[in-house]
Design a protein around this ligand. Sequence first.
Ligand code: NAI
Ligand code: MG
Length: 484
Amino acid sequence: MMFVPHVIDGVEQESSDGASFPSVDPATRAPHASVALGSAADADRAVDAARRASDEGPWPRMGFAERGAVLHRLADLVVAHTDELALADTTDMGKPIDDARGKDVPRTAQNLRFFADHARLAHGDVLPMDTGHHAYSRFPPAGVVAAIAPWNFPLMLASWKVAPALAWGNTVVLKPAEDSPTSATVVARLALEAGMPPGVLNVLHGYGPDSAGAALTDDPRVDRITFTGESATGRVISAAAARNLVPVSLELGGKGANLVFDDADLAGAVDWSIKAVFTNAGQVCLAGSRLYVQRGVCEEFVERFVAAAGALVVGDPKVTGTQIGPLASEAHHAKVRGYLDGVERSGGKIRAGGEGEGWTVTPTVVLDAPPDAPVQREEVFGPVVTVTPFDTEAEAVRAADDTRYGLNAMVFTENLSRAHRVAGALRAGTVWVNCFFVRDLRAPFGGMGDSGVGREGGDFSREFFTEPQAVVMAIRPDDGSDVR
Ligand code: NAI
Ligand code: MG
């Protein structure tokens, strides 16, 4: 069986005590790899390597152009290793291979290139003061970044953290999710090949609580913690960060509302709404899992939506053409099934789907679930959508905002003023109008309420991954010259 090692200080290695854990392929429900199980001692070594690379190594001291060139070479290598990286994620967590190859790998390369260029081209501020001084801003690296990644987009979401951290001159300890360890080790290997110095990108495997994850977030030598995952975990990590007074960026759960007005282009709305909730089998923080449809078009929308959901290809994620693979783990499958089993008890009914072999769940449409039903309130993180009719715009906005989450929302309408009005009224970090998932990497990305703390992307990532510094200079008055 394949062994997935840590990469610490440029060396692929086992855990110091030799411990390991299995990575299970959700398609076969059997282990396919053995993974180094990091302990507190391994976390200590990883932070130590990152600390030394930050305090003494060349990486923070290189120019942006030189660092950027390494990141661009890494992006090239990521693209050249598309098959290996895509298969790693698909085998670890069951995402369709077409998505892994066609979306996750290219987006990973794009993240590396974008943040390399963004850092190289960024401006600081110069503040001409009228008191005989001037001030300017600098953006030195924060130091050592602990990046804790989830399993739903293993490669892509890890790169969303690692790329800006590295571009701004930090060193990193990346702890991938225990359900999706493999691609991170491959990327760390490729980073060395691209010319990144040892200790700059370290990968530490293991679990969260009482394991590698917690040891990492508790280490006082860490300068920044960036985390994507469940809101409950975000609270625990935030408390660890508070003990060391370390800034933390949290991208947490979501319960995206998707509002379809009766003036919408219905075919487009159906198409995007399907993608919004069934991509990656719904294991997406941005999933549009609550559909609200204006009453006049609701019946027709549901007919078309159910037909489109039923046409999605469910099957083996390693086979090209598959659109819905199994859920990522046995525990996660049990959690999603628990929500489906509770639908009728809470007053809703399953209009379509809700079946599936092994850890697969077929695309599921739930009708009539009351607003307080768990399937309406909690992040299911599976291919499950509730559909609720509404009458007025105000009612739609109220329903959309009736959640503890606030990551994203979608609006489908052909009415320009309504689009702006509703987008402005929604409490969500991102609002998509007549589209979904489209990203400009300069835009703020993050959530309100239980969906997170802070924003990343473009200048927002710079702010988090640097220690912005002000330099204020006195301009001395004339000492004999006649310049005024
Ligand atoms: P999780 O939030 O527990 O795990 C995410 C990462 O955090 C993993 O790398 C894990 O090892 C690490 N971690 C967990 N506890 C930690 C701790 N105390 N200190 C440091 N690191 C820690 O998510 P999990 O258990 O994989 O999935 C649970 C549920 O969370 C899912 O069923 C899903 O509903 C939701 N989820 C949401 C995501 C999102 O993007 N909104 C992503 C992943 C999961
Ligand atoms: Mg967990």
